[in-house]
Design a protein around this ligand. Structure first.
Ligand SMILES: C[C@@](CO)(OP(=O)(O)O)[C@H](O)COP(=O)(O)OP(=O)(O)OC[C@H]1O[C@@H](n2ccc(N)nc2=O)[C@H](O)[C@@H]1O
Ligand SMILES: Nc1ncnc2c1ncn2[C@@H]1O[C@H](COP(=O)(O)OP(=O)(O)O)[C@@H](O)[C@H]1O
Length: 290
């Protein structure tokens, strides 16, 4: 299922709308830890064609409403990353806007839903209010800088060092989330070896799907083992994706992904998994390869 642009809600007419595409860590190597506890990462990050939608309309005061199939449990108050992004951009000036978020992505799932929402809030409100984007968007969350980009990126540091990668071969992904909560800080804390090898210095340009998958097979997600220890159902998600060219966990979990060469293979796998596990969240989408 590729989520198409959602219609704006009843109420003020939206003047701008944007999709907040999910992010997927195709690799996630933990290469060290800073004195403040944050972990140094080396990750190949892509965006995929399934996401939330954010609408903005003119208003005197700043408000946020939320709807959509995954709205339940997402905070509507100042904890919401959309409002935190708006407040960061507004910097106390008291500007208004009516924001409406349509949630399709599961929260706290390792696919950066909140971070992607924050990034599109920054982009939409920067245009709406005519103010520049702030420099230090990582203050909103380590994944926010990468969510301000679109094509494949190598993400290093704690998330703030981004190197755009050449276009990837066309490929499709199936995301599977079993509905368990695996908080990011707890998964990092349970990682015993925090000094693991990075990806190769140079990430090659891949001539075709097979070359790309061969490269990914040699990489890792270092958070998978601690996440599976906390939530063994993650291993069942990976098992469900065993017909993929490659199946791994994204971020700190619990969402797992499988990579497929064609949209048809991905749709077929997504249908099979949904039938077998109707309570899991499952989505098939293209990887945004450029
Ligand atoms: C692990 C990653 C990989 O892309 O993805 P998710 O699993 O969250 O999707 C990210 O680094 C998460 O980014 P994000 O969720 O924005 O992180 P933040 O809000 O800044 O931090 C949440 C918590 O994660 C831990 N954290 C996060 C980033 C990092 N480089 N080192 C860390 O140790 C810290 O315990 C921090 O308190
Ligand atoms: N707009 C939002 N959408 C989802 N979660 C949000 C949002 N704003 C704040 N949160 C909170 O942020 C946390 C991380 O959410 P999210 O970015 O979706 O996950 P992850 O960091 O695993 O990729 C959740 O615990 C959630 O309560």
């Amino acid at each position: 299922m590729t989520v198409m642009e959602d219609a704006a809600p009843a109420g003020p007419v939206a003047t701008a709308s944007r999709m907040a595409w999910a992010k997927v860590n195709l690799t996630l190597h933990c290469t060290g830890q800073r004195a403040d506890g944050y972990h140094l990462l080396d990750s190949l990050v892509v965006r995929v064609g399934v996401g939330d939608a954010l609408h903005v309309a003119p208003a005197e005061i700043l408000t946020l409403t939320i709807s959509g199939p995954r709205a339940k449990g997402v905070p509507t108050d100042a904890r919401n990353l959309v409002l935190r992004a708006a407040e960061m951009l507004d910097a106390g000036a008291g500007r208004g806007a009516a924001l409406h978020l349509v949630k399709h992505l599961p929260a706290a799932a390792g696919i950066g839903g909140g971070s992607a929402d924050a990034a599109v809030a920054l982009e939409l409100l920067s245009a709406h209010w005519g103010v520049p984007l702030p420099a230090d968007t990582a203050r909103l969350g380590a994944d926010v800088p990468v969510c301000l980009t679109r094509g494949p990126q190598r993400m290093q540091g704690v998330g703030e060092i981004l190197t755009p990668l050449p276009p990837l071969p066309a490929c499709h992904i199936v995301l599977v989330n079993p509905g368990v909560d695996v908080p990011t800080p707890a998964v990092f804390a349970a990682l015993t070896d925090k000094n693991q090898p990075p990806m190769p210095d140079v990430i090659p340009k891949f001539a075709n799907f097979a070359e790309f998958v061969d490269f990914l097979r040699l990489q890792r997600n270092d958070l998978a083992a601690p996440a599976i220890a906390r939530a063994p159902v993650i291993a069942s998600c990976l098992e469900a994706l065993s017909d993929a060219a490659l199946a791994r966990m994204s971020g700190s979990g619990a969402t797992c992904f499988g990579i497929y060469a064609t949209a048809k293979e991905a749709e077929t796998a997504a249908h099979r998994i949904t039938t077998a596990a109707p309570n899991w969240w499952v989505a098939a989408a293209p990887i945004l390869v450029a």
